[in-house]
Design a protein. Sequence first.
Length: 267
Amino acid sequence: MPKCRAIALALFGVAVAARLSAQAPKAPDLATATVVDLTHAFDEKTIYWPTSPSAFELKSLAYGPTPGGWFYASNTFCTPEHGGTHLDAPIHFAKDGLTADRLPVRKLIAPAAVLDVRAKTSADPDYRLSLDDVHAWEKRYGPIAAGTIVLLETGWSTRWPDKKSYLGDDTPGDASKLHFPSYGKEAAEYLVRDRKVGALGVDTASIDYGASKDFIVHQIANGAGVPGFENVAGLDALPATGAWVVALPMKIAGGSGGPLRIVALLP
Ligand SMILES: [Zn+2]
């Protein structure tokens, strides 16, 4: 082989290796990784959509000593699928989309890209992630790889569980006056269709902003089989890149979503 060709091939190999490493960040070592919980606890203050007919309920069935002499505690709980930190399965906004139990768990364990728009949302509660925001992020950190779990950080989780401040309005049964930030249409189209991301997560109540009337981001994401993670917490503990996310929902057969325990692993 001519020397120049060998060098060219070697350089090509280096370029391919660099590209692969950019697209598949090294997974943290489970034995030593820092684990960050990105989940709000479910309790009587858990926030649901204003039109939700019910909220989280926990009833004690037993708590105390038994006739046999041992201690015993047991509860029953009841919750709508969409409230608190939860999954939107693709069927939520797509007739033939996967239900919660059929979503491959492999897709729910992936590297994270954290897009911090707190500087913009602090001045505008109706802010929507723009295509320019995504381009600026990629210019700094590199292209978002297929399968990435995108987490949009608006800073809204610090308002939890104050319904009025978190949703923008707390009128029961009325979802027409909500104000909180989330994804914009063009950014969602780019992330879902061009970047083929694995999921869209956000630290507000919806992957569409509060004032949305057409839920276009839900339509785009769920329509392409991409699940949503809503009411995510604790994103300020994550770096822009380098974390892996494990987002495992309750396995509800036929579910359109459900309670989600989502954590991040940091190397
Ligand atoms: Zn939902």
